[in-house]
Design a protein around this ligand. Structure first.
Ligand code: FES
Ligand SMILES: [Fe+2]
Length: 437
């Protein structure tokens, strides 16, 4: 099997056009991650049996990011999340004691969904002192305690504890709210992050509060979309129309586009992109971007948000476009060097379907010009994301056909290999646990 590089009878890209960056001491990023170049079956992206195991092994046992604390500005603030693929609706609430808690959104009386407005599948947010069930009026305090049962003497055998809303393990980090559906989580949220990644906490997250969101249901396995953003090998092809054909130098938007740095943090991983394009004060790819003075990387004149955290730029790159943090399993954060931030969430809805949530965060604009710059960044980013999503359904359909059962990852695709490897290990670990019972 071909390992890497030279393939007989195949014309390789002219060496002089490839931007080479130093490889780690192991000779490849793949080996530095403790992985190899073996072909990959992609069965984990379509097999219904694997999908069910993955749900239990990965989504029911790890910490999952479900929102930001700024969505809970006051005591009594709450929001719901509809995690349809996992079969759950959950309430996240800030109690009168200021503590953030998470509950399953189900009434203890006869199981009605406790919090919703017009339609139970639509997420809501608000502020209240108690949650009231629409069906028979039972009420619950913000800490999940039962507060009122209509005609209580008509019941026998009710206990206060028995009526408490089912609570979910919940913790916060860097202003983000995480839940863990395990009865007893294997580790705390901070231990799950690990000592190095946890230091990202001092990034100026709280400066980036201006928010735009895009949601989509994508007909592919969730991991295929994580993969699509975890390599830049596709950029010159998938995003060719958004690259700048007039760019004079052999720059980052000219194929092939290589990434200079990758790193793993246990189950999590990151990459830094080179900054040839992002750092220039130069033009955007399209005339409209030049008018609005903003590209996908952010406004051409970035706002000052103060120093980044000591965990940023672990490769000590001089020129950098972004740090992309892939928090296992399904949350990705991009810190652009122009001081904007993107996050992606990928929520499985089935073996070949997922919900994609794209959040863009900025410093609140001070004037109309800054607002327009930000709108431009979002518009260009949406274009990019749509182009990325475009190949996913086609990939899903063809891997499901099983005409091929071997696929290949380049060294630049090391983060993909790492994700699939970690998921497989977790599924094996979960199965071993089942056998041990
Ligand atoms: S189902 Fe909630 S009060 Fe009856
Ligand atoms: Fe892309």
């Amino acid at each position: 099997m071909t390992q890497t590089g030279h393939i007989s009878g195949y014309t390789e890209t002219e060496a002089s056009t490839i931007q080479h960056f130093p490889k780690p001491a192991e000779g490849s990023w793949t080996r530095s991650f403790g992985l190899d170049f073996a072909p990959f079956s992609m069965k984990d992206c379509w097999d219904p049996e694997f999908y069910e195991l993955e749900k239990q092994a990965v989504f029911m046992r790890n910490w999952l990011m479900v929102g930001r604390e700024i969505q809970l500005p006051r005591k009594g603030s709450f929001f719901t999340r509809e995690l349809e693929g996992l079969g759950y609706s959950i309430i996240i609430a800030r109690g009168m004691d200021d503590k953030v808690r998470a509950f399953h959104n189900v009434c203890s009386h006869r199981g009605n969904q406790l919090v919703f407005e017009e339609h139970p599948t639509v997420e809501v947010r608000g502020n209240c002192r108690q949650f009231t069930c629409k069906y028979h009026g039972w009420r619950y305090a913000l800490d999940g305690e039962i507060a009122y049962v209509h005609n209580a003497p008509e019941f026998e055998g009710l206990t206060h504890e028995g009526l408490h809303l089912p609570e979910i393990h919940c913790d916060t980090w860097a202003g983000f709210v995480f839940v863990n559906f395990a009865k007893e989580p294997r580790e705390s949220l901070r231990d799950f992050m690990g000592p190095e990644l946890v230091k990202l906490e001092t990034y100026p997250w709280d400066k980036l509060t201006e928010h735009h969101q895009l949601q989509a249901v994508v007909n592919s396995n969730w991991k295929l979309f994580v993969d699509a953003f975890a390599e830049f090998y596709h950029v010159p092809y998938v995003h060719a129309t958004l690259n700048n054909p007039a760019q004079a130098d052999k720059s980052a938007d000219k194929p092939p586009f290589m990434l200079p740095f990758f790193k793993s943090y246990g189950k999590h991983r990151m990459l830094s992109s080179g900054g040839q394009f992002a750092n220039t004060k130069g033009r955007g790819a399209l005339p409209s971007q030049n008018v609005f003075k903003a590209t996908i990387h952010g406004p051409l004149t970035p706002p000052d948000i103060g120093p980044w955290s000591e965990a940023n730029n672990p490769g000590n790159l001089e020129l950098r476009g972004m740090d992309m943090w892939q928090f296992y399993p399904n949350w990705v954060v991009i810190h652009w060097v122009r001081n904007t931030m993107v996050t992606y969430q990928y929520w499985p809805l089935g073996p070949n379907k997922h919900q994609f949530i794209f959040d863009y965060y900025f410093v609140p604009p001070k004037n109309a010009t800054e607002r327009l710059e930000q709108e431009m960044v979002v518009a260009v980013s949406k274009d990019f994301a749509l182009q990325d999503a475009n190949v996913l359904e086609a990939t899903q359909r063809r891997i499901e056909s099983q005409v091929r059962t071997e696929f290949y990852y380049a060294d630049q695709e090391v983060l993909l290999r790492h994700l699939h490897h970690v998921v497989a290990e977790e599924v094996e670990d979960y199965q071993r646990g089942l056998e041990g019972k």
